[in-house]
Design a protein around this ligand. Structure first.
Ligand code: F0G
Length: 456
């Protein structure tokens, strides 16, 4: 089997502890069968998220020491801005403390009540930030995105016909269109260059701006290079630059493809918007040359944005995700294919076909994987997305019941991937014996973070 080779050697290590089966049982019970509530030192391998969990390179750590902490005009801000301008081509660069702060700034400044914001698929925080402004977040993904049997290489694409239809009805209440690359909420699938171009053509024909939610832009660019004819000989930087060239701006969580533990930014061409955003920035984040960040963070991001463009890094990165995916599919475990850029998504509905959505098959999987081996994953199914009709009291369940195994960047080795696959395969072999959960505390909003459960 193709095994990706780490394009780095390890200079500093962080010990992790195998937790005994009894400790795991007690920890899970204390946490009300919600792994968000399990302390990190009771986790062996943490696949909760790829956000803010990357290992930095020695080049980035050296940058941390070089950070210029000047309140105004920090040299590190100059490095940060120049690197972002080089990749995106956008003039205006606004630092924020993370992605959702960038979203909040953008939407609270640009949107007015009753507006609608289409996207291929909004990430939770993007959607929440749109909705908090009294606006509607619309998801226009292609049908292949939810078709588990489809092997379409760009399942992250936006449905251009649906977009055109929407814009034809009028654009007065549509101030911008978003495109999430890669499409995290839909399996971490990439968006093709052809799709970005087509979306851009429609959006600009209606004189609207297009913004990329660019958290995983480099992983997206790598998939374009590998899967889309005509890009084989282009560099990642060239491809990324072309992606950004079809849009007018972006929001970014640097906690993903900038390979840092905290940070984010907005970048755009519209100087008027940028000036307005900076006014709010000063109120809630900080002066325009640091946003919500320290100078050392800006320096680490600037360097992370260099690291991430290395093709051997991206080959290993996406290769490691695919390696885990392949170990699982070879054993018959149902996972979403093709494999995405930052995570393997298990199809819990098929894995635990005997457990109905009302008993949370995804959450059962997450709990059992923790009990099995101390591995933390995250449910993206009925716990996260089911909602109750206020009038009829009836529950509506999402189409997919998924569990995301998000792989932190440069953190785990292939032996960890093998260990993870063995734990899941063992779970798969005894899946019939697994039982559903019932919810005993439901906080209402964003319940996946704090809900508590009991076994049935
Ligand atoms: N957009 C996308 C596509 C994301 O995946 C995230 C975060 C954000 C925006 C918000 O960025 O966390 O820096 O405020 N995703 C994390 C995850 C939390 O686990 O997928 P943030």
């Amino acid at each position: 089997m193709y095994e990706p080779i780490e394009p780095f050697k390890i200079k500093s290590v962080e010990p992790i502890r195998r937790i005994s089966a009894e400790e795991r049982r007690q920890a899970l019970e204390r946490a009300g069968y919600n792994v968000f509530l399990v302390p990190a030192d009771e986790i062996y391998i943490d696949l909760l998220t790829d956000s803010g969990t990357s290992a930095m390179s020695d080049y980035q750590w050296a940058g941390i020491m070089m950070g210029d902490e000047s309140y105004a005009g920090s040299v590190s801000f100059r490095h940060f801005r120049e690197q972002i301008q080089r990749i995106t081509g956008y003039d205006e660069v606004i630092p924020t403390h993370q992605g959702r702060a960038a979203e909040h700034l953008l939407f609270s400044t640009i949107l007015k009540k009753g507006d609608r914001v289409p996207s291929n698929t909004h990430f939770d925080t993007t959607r929440a930030n749109v909705e908090t402004c009294g606006c509607e977040a619309l998801d226009l993904q292609i049908p292949e995105a939810t078709d588990l049997s489809s092997r379409y290489p760009f399942k992250g694409n936006m449905d251009v016909a649906k977009l055109e239809q929407l814009l034809q009805q009028g654009t007065d209440n549509i101030p911008l269109v978003m495109l999430t690359v890669t499409n995290n909420s839909m399996g971490g699938h990439p968006v093709s260059m052809a799709n970005i171009r087509a979306v851009s053509e429609v959006v600009h024909r209606y004189n609207l701006p297009l913004f990329l939610d660019a958290c995983r832009f480099a992983e997206n660019a790598f998939f374009i290079k590998r899967r889309e004819p005509g890009f084989e000989n282009k560099s990642i930087e060239q491809i990324a630059h072309e992606m950004f060239s079809y849009a007018d701006g972006c929001t970014m969580s640097a906690k993903k493809d900038a390979l840092v533990n905290i940070g984010g930014f907005l970048a755009m061409n519209n100087k008027d918007w940028a000036d307005r955003l900076r006014q709010s920035l000063i109120l809630i984040e900080g002066f325009p040359t640091y946003g919500g960040l320290a100078g050392r963070d800006l320096e680490a991001i600037a360097r992370g944005l260099e690291d991430v463009l290395h093709e051997d890094y991206l080959e290993f990165r996406t290769g490691q995700v695919a390696f885990l995916g392949k170990l699982l599919t070879d054993a018959g475990v149902p996972v979403i294919q093709p494999f995405g850029g930052h995570a393997v998504y298990v199809d819990a509905k098929t894995f635990l076909a005997h457990i109905p959505p009302s008993q949370f098959p995804g959450q059962v999987f997450v709990c059992e994987l923790y009990l099995e081996a101390g591995i933390r994953s995250v449910e993206i199914g009925s716990v996260m997305f089911a909602h109750q009709d206020k009038q009829t009291g009836e529950w509506h369940y999402p189409e997919l019941e998924l569990v995301r195994l998000a792989i932190p960047r440069r953190v785990y080795t292939n032996s960890h991937m093998r260990f993870i696959s063995e734990a899941i395969i063992s779970l798969y072999q005894r899946r019939q014996s697994l039982k559903g959960l019932k919810i005993v505390y439901d906080p209402g909003v964003l319940r996946h973070f704090t809900a508590r459960f009991e076994p049935r």
